[in-house]
Design a protein around this ligand. Structure first.
Ligand code: TXA
Ligand code: MG
Length: 336
């Protein structure tokens, strides 16, 4: 199959209607969202969703997020939406917050008793859902285990020839996947995956919420996706955390200057390193989040064998950045 790539500069582009037809006919379209690119299929078409799993190499017990373009669509897929979830939805949708609710009417095969739903904040994604007239199931559009794609080029690299179409809407604004919060139970909601809607923002609205910790090896994790290795480049990754000056000194001493070692540094400290392969992550949490997955992919393109990454403060968006970095490093963390 030849994957069509369409750069979308106007929502009236004929490619939008073409993409909607592909979804309606059970095909796969990669679409931009504000977080990362998604691999979209008709969420109510079990065969189309099965293709998503096959193409990504995704474990079958890891359910997909449903993307909707209108809160009214929620009625067709979820039930018993609790007041706290209503509040979150009113405040953060459209936006990078996925809410887990009790499931209704969604094909059984790929889903639990609950369903993950979000309304993305990207006009191309919203228009596509409108035109397709169905919720769109979309996991991140990467091969399973690879960093999530934040550009159409990333998607093409992983899925070229395996999917019908890619809608290129330029680089994603946020760069990290949505915050996932479980509101399906009776107790306080629990954040299953940190994202750019931070715990502070959520608690400011609805009071204390739980935060899922990584599940122990043989315990069932709350969010099936939590148990799989993610975002990993080929290189051995070490996240170095601590006071900035000490972190720099440690990395200086460990990164003997060869062709095969790389350093991912904040804009502030990139200047201090004299190494050849210093990747500048950015000068704010927002910038680092937007660059992170691209840089992890770049490490592979550069053929690096070992990479040292400066950790960031675990507050606000820093929690989500460190969550992805720790997973990418398979929890290889060095405290100085
Ligand atoms: O920002 C995002 O969320 C992106 C864009 C494309 O929307 N999508 C995304 O999907 O990151 P994916 O499939 O890569 O991650 C979805 C996460 C997984 O960790 C999955 O296990 C969890 O959400 N999840 C999905 N349905 C769930 C459910 N019913 N209960 C608990 N966790 C669920
Ligand atoms: Mg993913």
């Amino acid at each position: 199959m030849k994957t069509i790539v369409a750069r979308i500069l106007s929502l009236n582009d004929a490619a939008m209607a073409e993409a909607a037809d592909i979804i309606k006919n059970g095909g796969l379209v990669a679409l931009p969202t504000e977080t990362v690119y998604g691999l979209g299929a008709n969420a109510l078409d079990e065969a189309a969703c099965a293709k998503v799993y096959a193409v990504k190499g995704r474990p079958s017990d890891n359910p997909l997020i449903m993307h909707i373009s209108d809160v009214a669509m929620l009625d067709s897929i979820a039930k018993n939406v609790p007041p706290m979830a209503e509040k979150l939805i009113q405040t953060f949708w459209p936006g990078p917050l996925t809410v887990i609710l009790q499931r209704k009417n969604v094909p059984r095969g790929t889903f639990l008793d609950t369903v993950a739903v979000r309304m993305p904040k990207n006009p191309i994604a919203l228009r596509l859902i409108d035109l397709a007239k169905t919720p769109i199931a979309a996991p991140s559009a990467n091969l399973s285990g690879r960093p999530s794609p934040t550009t159409a080029g990333h998607v093409l690299r992983d899925l070229s020839g395996k999917i019908d179409m890619i809608l290129d809407g330029g680089p994603c604004e946020v760069g990290l996947e949505s915050t996932v919060i479980d509101c399906s139970g009776d107790g306080a909601p629990v954040i299953l995956r940190p994202g750019s809607v931070t715990r502070e923002m959520i608690e400011g609205l609805i009071g204390p919420v739980g935060m899922a910790t990584e599940a122990a090896k043989d315990e069932a994790p709350k969010s099936p996706g939590m148990k799989y290795r993610h975002y990993a480049p080929e290189a051995k990754l070490t996240v170095v955390v601590g006071e900035a000056e000490k972190v720099r000194a440690k990395i200086q001493s460990l990164a003997t200057d060869t062709e095969k070692i790389g350093i991912m540094a904040t804009a502030e400290s990139a200047y201090y390193y004299k190494h050849k392969n210093v990747l500048i992550m950015g000068d704010s949490h927002e910038a680092i989040a937007a660059n992170l997955f691209d840089m992890l992919r770049l490490c592979d393109e550069m053929g690096l064998e070992e990479v040292f990454v400066e950790g960031v403060a675990e507050e606000g968006l820093g929690v989500a950045i460190m969550n992805r970095l720790k997973k990418a490093a398979s929890y290889n963390i060095l405290k100085v």
